[in-house]
Each structure stands twice: as C-alpha cells, then as structure tokens.
Design a protein around this ligand. Structure first.
Ligand SMILES: NC(=O)c1ccc[n+]([C@@H]2O[C@H](COP(=O)([O-])OP(=O)(O)OC[C@H]3O[C@@H](n4cnc5c(N)ncnc54)[C@H](O)[C@@H]3O)[C@@H](O)[C@H]2O)c1
Length: 221
C-alpha cells in the first residue's frame, strides 16, 4: 500500500505518475467508508453534499476528486452508490479479497473477529493468534486461536499481507519484528506502540483519541 501513495504535489488528477497522492488516497478511503455504509443501509444514490457532511471534506473538493469517474449523476440526485464503490475500489486497488491475520484474542481481538468491519471492505480474517496458553485452541468466531509460533507458516500458506495488532503495547514491537521477517507488508496497529519497521512496510496506528482530536478541530473552527 505504501508504494501506491505519494506525498508529492498533486497533479490535477491527484496522481503522480500512476500513483495516487497521499491526500487523494486518504480522501477516497473516507468516501469509500461512507459509501460502504450507505450501501449497507440500502441507499442507492448519494450527493456530494451528503458525502461532505459525513467526511468533513468540502463538497467542491469531493466533486473534483470524483470528476475523474465520468459523468455526474443528475443534479440533485447525486452519485450511484454501487458504481462509485466499485470504481473507488478499483482506483485504490482494493477490489477482491485480502487475507489478514489478527494478533491478540483479548477484548479487542474478539470484538474484531466477530464483527464485519474488515469483511465489509474485502478483508478476511483468516487466523487469530495469541501467546496465552489458556487461550490457544479456544474458538473465536469461526477460528481456533493459534500459537504465535505458527505465524510464519500461516503467513506463507494464506498469503497474508496485512496483520492487525490487538496486543498490549509492550508486546507490539517484538511481534512487528517477527511479522516483518515473515514478509507481512502492512501492520494495522491498535496499540499505542511507536513501531519501528523498514521503509517497505506500512504501519497504520488506529487511535480513537486522535480521531476525537480531529473531530474537535472541526467543532472549534
Ligand atoms: N485503538 C483502539 O481503538 C483500541 C481500543 C481498545 C484497545 N486498544 C488497544 O488494543 C490492545 C488490546 O486491548 P485489549 O483490551 O483487547 O487487551 P486484552 O488484554 O484483553 O488482550 C490482549 C491479548 O493479547 C495477547 N498477547 C499478548 N502478547 C502477545 C503476543 N506477543 N502475541 C500474541 N498475542 C499476545 C494477550 O494474551 C491477550 O489475549 C491494547 O494495546 C489496547 O491499548 C485499542
């Protein structure tokens, strides 16, 4: 994923060569999140103003970002949700299924494993790991918790490029090192750890407090 986005100045199409710039990729991901939910709720069309209300990106910017997707929907009707979802997925190269491995079968890990937050976006949890002997072998959703020692074999067999870390902060770096050496390219980190990884590996850290600060910024300005 890191090879797909760049931080250079944006061209009119938001691309540098055939790569999306970081800003465009981030905004398209946010549109996709809203559109996926809208689709689940049975919504067939969405306007740029509605997308703006949910994403806090202004509607002129949204229309500019989506103008590359061909003709606008009818004025006042908006975009067709289905076709916009598939077009954005194509642009973000996230069409199809991607296998992910989940580390930590604790409170958060179990919640992730039993929800469809990743499945909705084409990510399939194919294995759950823990290092607590009391949890190994337990059934979480449809998966038996596996020992962390199985990591390398599972990454190879299941073609895993993404690992989700739902482990304590103190355990995260060591696990990240093992994941990097097993060939995982994207680490989605729920812990607070500031992970050190080589440049070809992307770490995304999810922090509800940071998201809240972002929301606060819009409230205060
Ligand atoms: N970003 C968020 O939205 C968010 C929300 C809740 C929790 N968190 C963070 O997620 C992490 C997990 O939280 P939790 O409440 O589920 O904790 P938890 O203690 O319930 O679960 C952690 C699990 O990780 C396992 N573990 C520890 N070391 C491991 C290793 N090396 N390999 C595999 N498994 C290992 C433990 O045995 C335990 O089952 C924490 O870092 C917490 O701060 C983030």
């Amino acid at each position: 994923m890191s090879s797909m986005i760049e931080n250079d100045a944006e061209t009119p199409f938001g691309k540098v060569g055939d790569k999306l710039t970081l800003g465009v990729a981030a905004r398209l991901s946010r549109y996709l999140q809203v559109l996926t939910q809208a689709k689940k709720m049975g919504k067939e069309t969405i306007s740029s103003q509605e997308l703006s209300d949910y994403t806090h990106v202004n509607s002129t910017q949204i229309r500019r970002d989506l103008s590359g997707f061909g003709k606008f929907g009818k004025r006042g009707v908006g975009y067709n949700v289905d076709s916009l979802v598939s077009q954005i997925r194509k642009i973000l190269r996230t069409s199809g299924q991607h296998n992910i491995a989940l580390f930590g079968a604790g409170h958060l890990g179990r919640a992730i494993a039993s929800s469809d937050i990743f499945a909705d976006h084409g990510f399939r949890v194919v294995a759950i790991f823990d290092n607590d002997p009391g949890k190994i072998g337990e059934l979480v959703g449809t998966h038996r918790v596996r020992p962390a020692g199985d990591l390398r074999a599972v990454v190879d067999e299941e073609d895993i490029v993404v690992a989700v870390l739902a482990v304590p902060t103190a355990a995260a770096q060591m696990l990240a090192d093992d994941l990097v050496s097993a060939g995982v390219k994207i680490i989605f980190n729920y812990s607070e750890a500031l992970l050190q990884v080589p440049p070809e590996v992307t770490v995304h850290t999810s922090s509800p407090a940071v998201d809240l600060l972002y929301a606060l910024y819009f409230y205060l300005t």
